[in-house]
Design a protein around this ligand. Structure first.
Ligand code: NAD
Ligand code: MG
Length: 403
């Protein structure tokens, strides 16, 4: 590339963070790492600091930060920081060109927003921040002139299949809809009874993608597709009617754009997040990513089906949240985060996840998302409501089912 890009990687120790650093390591002349940020994984952060020599390493709490500081060699120039403010700072410092937003969950919103306000090239993996604060985030991107490059593989595919820079041309003349592909997750062929007994490890065993545990459970419940549905509406300024979910079990087509003249453009590739990550890092140039070339003959077939919303109610819940608007999407996201945490901790069944989300959506008031404070308070209220309902559910474990 012509100029060296200075990158902050937020969530560097996670699945997307590690893949991002893998791509960066393949192009040492093109990128320098300004900051790495993570929650509490001190050992991996230490190894990443030694390899990439960032100016800053940000841990979320003071104790992880001091552990990291102790382990770094005395002569190391890496400055160790901690906390939300430091995170927002390394997302928005003047020296930074490009921010990989790869923290999981609502915790990523303030730093993602900080990068957007500062006009950075924002590589957005953290879909929850857009689901929660889509209005605020897209407004910040427009006001500051930030460039949002979607890293979620489906949205990255749509971005690649749209005719021109979608931010530069709202309205999308000629596009009739986008076809958002879904693998269907590990429970695609399971019955409700089987899902009722599903364990966290079964939910996290995705057939095609290797990902963090939260998004893996979301993929199993199809809430991931629900969140991506909302994400597509925000990023590409589409109405919900313009987004159709299509189950495609092979995960070779990452999504498609259908045009008024009948053309459908698709982006294909092996299911490896280094492809969309390399696209975002190099844009508008293409970079080698380490992903094996697609072998279509070995793939042999591509199948498609409609999603079954009675077996996977999360998709419907996300669609209803878009229709409701306001803070309903933040409420849906928060309830889902609590439900997934409870499922991973063995406190509720897999089939309780949509039950809990629906109840929280029914009982938490929706308001206009006018500021970050309003969105954060809706998020908190929904979490508190979800925790209260969970306590009830645990008292009398029910044969939860939305049907
Ligand atoms: P992960 O759980 O593997 O990693 C999460 C990262 O965020 C870790 O580095 C962790 O330390 C950090 N983190 C967690 N809480 C934090 C906090 N409070 N403050 C600071 N850092 C914190 O998750 P992942 O699979 O890499 O997913 C990251 C994001 O990317 C999610 O929003 C997910 O939906 C999205 N995404 C992931 C994939 C994938 O293939 N993994 C694909 C598309 C989108
Ligand atoms: Mg995706």
């Amino acid at each position: 590339m012509t100029t060296r890009r200075v990158v902050s990687v937020l969530g560097s120790t996670g699945s997307i963070g590690v893949s991002t650093l893998d791509v960066i390591a393949r192009h040492p002349a093109d990128f320098s790492v300004y900051a790495l940020a993570a929650n509490r994984s001190v050992e991996l952060m230490l190894a990443q600091c030694l390899q990439f020599q960032p100016q800053y390493a940000v841990m979320m709490d003071e104790s992880s930060a001091s552990k990291l500081q102790e382990k770094l060699p005395a002569e190391s120039a890496v400055q160790v920081l901690h906390g939300e403010e430091a995170l927002a700072r390394v997302a928005s410092d003047d020296e930074v060109d490009c921010v990989m937003a790869a923290i999981v969950g609502a915790a990523g919103l303030p730093s993602t927003l900080a990068a957007a306000h500062a006009g950075k090239t924002l590589l957005l993996a953290n879909k929850e921040s857009l689901v929660m604060g889509g209005h605020l985030l897209m407004q910040a991107v427009r006001d500051s002139g930030a460039r949002l490059l979607p890293i979620d593989s489906e949205h990255n595919a749509i971005f690649q299949c749209l005719p021109v820079d979608p931010q530069a041309r709202p309205g999308r003349d000629g596009v009739s809809k986008v076809l958002l592909t879904a693998s269907g997750g590990p429970f695609r062929t399971w019955t409700r009874e089987q899902m009722h007994k599903a364990t966290p490890d079964q939910a996290c065993a995705h057939p095609n993608w290797s990902m963090g545990r939260k998004i893996s459970v979301d993929s199993a419940s199809l809430m991931n597709k629900g969140l991506e549905f909302i994400e597509a509406c925000w990023i590409f300024d589409l109405s919900p009617e313009q987004v159709e979910v299509v189950v495609h079990p092979q995960s070779i087509i990452h999504s498609m754009v259908q045009y008024l003249d009948g053309s459908v453009l698709a982006q294909l590739g092996n299911p490896d997040m280094r492809t969309p990550i390399a696209y975002g890092l190099g844009w508008p140039q293409r970079l080698a990513s380490g992903v094996a070339p697609l072998d279509l003959v070995a793939t042999a077939r591509l199948d498609f089906a409609a999603p079954d919303e009675s077996l996977f109610p999360c998709l419907r819940l996300a669609r209803e949240a878009v229709a409701t608007g306001g803070t309903a999407m933040a409420i849906c996201n928060a309830a889902n985060e609590i439900a997934v945490e409870a499922f991973l901790a063995g406190r509720v069944r897999f089939t309780d996840i949509p039950v809990l989300i629906e109840r929280v959506l029914e009982t938490t008031p929706v308001v206009e998302p006018t500021s970050l404070a309003v969105v954060e308070s809706a998020d908190e209220e929904a979490r508190a409501q979800a925790v209260a309902l969970l306590t009830d559910m645990n008292g009398k474990p029910e044969e939860a089912s939305l049907a």
